[in-house]
Write a protein that binds this ligand. Structure first.
Ligand code: NAP
Length: 349
């Protein structure tokens, strides 16, 4: 089946749906879709055909809702690489006519292959990985190529300790060669981000335009640590795990449902992370969301987007309906001072 998107996909987008990524020329949708979970090989109990069809439908639903940005990494699966292969197949078979309407990102930094050149931030690893990602994605270029995580400090003979100018030089080469349009960094703390940007300025390297950190109601580390730096250097911010992997929905309030991320063997959300203390907070947040006329998922996304510094909330999904529900959060992304006070009190309790 060839996909034809809804003609009105942009006309129906809410006001301010596209937000400027820092001080770059790139506009990103308020909600972006990540392919970390549910786009690799089929999970137990699913046929390859049904799994693939669900993935296609998720990407179709997203694009029709104005979600023009799909985020990947070399290691997404399982197995590693399989999410890029699947999304690459769907892009080629169903989205070939829409490449210029899409922002596709990928990353390298986590372990991808054996030996000392298969992870972290060396030039050797990053550039080889980008070539392999492009093959799997069946693309000539990606729109954003990220350093997925900063190197640890050098210690003895262990990997790590790549000089920042080497990692950023590899991103610069990716951009100058045309294999990536923009560079990004992910999970760098505030001080490391400032170092990275200053290094680019010193060496005349293409600067990252975007930072991808973890940010949600249960993890606010970026507010004091990172946001002052991204604002100073004009970087956009795309918040990953804005729903804390599904914890910031009502789905775990009555136990762990079958088929949910916490119930699957390969899911990164483990049952022991769903603590009574977190559930108490989630229950109280759910009450605030209901009073606002939103689902908790919608309120959690709206809350990350309340800050102008946050360009986009990078969601995951296991079915198309979740994507539609989440996209519908954006028209109601404003909070009264009283609501914010109530939320802060719940988070501090
Ligand atoms: N840079 C990095 O180091 C890094 C790290 C992690 C993630 N990321 C990026 O961030 C993306 C998002 O991460 P994430 O998948 O953890 O994001 P998330 O949005 O916090 O969680 C997504 C999960 O929440 C559940 N969900 C979503 N919408 C829902 C709804 N309306 N109602 C009920 N449940 C809902 C689904 O879980 P079920 O499967 O249980 O239905 C879904 O798989 C990734 O795909 C990746 O692109 C980047």
């Amino acid at each position: 089946m060839t996909y034809t998107p809804a003609a009105a996909r942009y006309d129906n987008a809410p006001k301010n749906w596209f937000r400027r990524c820092g001080r770059s020329g790139l506009m990103l949708p308020a909600i972006s879709l990540g392919c970390w979970h549910n786009f690799g090989g089929p999970l137990e109990g699913h046929s390859e055909a049904d799994w693939h069809e669900n993935c296609r439908r998720m990407l179709f639903a997203a694009f029709d809702a104005g979600i023009t940005h799909f985020d990947l990494a070399n290691n997404y699966g399982p197995p590693p690489g399989s999410a890029e292969e699947r999304v690459g197949r769907i892009l080629k078979e169903d989205f070939a006519a829409y490449r210029d309407e899409l922002i596709i990102s990928t990353k390298a930094g986590y372990r991808m292959w054996d030996g000392p050149y298969g992870e972290w931030g060396s030039r050797k690893y990053l550039l080889a990985s980008l070539d392999a990602s492009l093959k799997r994605l069946k693309l000539d270029y990606v729109d954003i190529f990220y350093s997925h995580r900063p190197d640890p400090p050098a210690s003895g003979g262990a990997p790590g300790g790549t000089p920042l100018e080497e990692t950023l030089g590899a991103l610069d080469q990716a951009v100058r060669s045309g294999k990536a349009i923009y560079a990004g960094i992910s999970s760098y703390r505030g001080a490391a981000t400032a170092d990275a940007l200053a290094t680019c300025e010193r060496h005349g390297l293409a600067k990252p335009i975007i930072h991808q950190p973890n940010y949600n109601l249960l993890d606010r580390w970026i507010e004091p640590d990172l946001l002052p730096v991204t604002e100073r250097f004009g970087l956009g911010v795309i918040a990953f795990c804005p729903l804390a992997q599904g914890l910031l929905t009502d789905k775990y309030l009555a136990g762990i449902p079958e088929g949910s991320r916490a119930a699957t063997k390969t899911g990164f959300l483990r049952p022991n992370q769903i603590t009574p203390d977190k559930l108490n907070k989630v229950r109280a947040l759910n009450d605030v969301a209901q009073a606002r006329g939103q689902s908790l998922a919608q309120m959690a996304l709206a809350w990350t987007l309340r800050l102008p510094a946050v360009t986009s909330a990078l969601i995951g999904a296991s079915r198309p309906q979740q994507i539609l529900e989440n996209a519908a959060a954006v028209p109601k992304a404003d909070f009264s001072a009283e609501e914010l006070k109530k939320i802060d009190a719940i988070l501090k309790s």
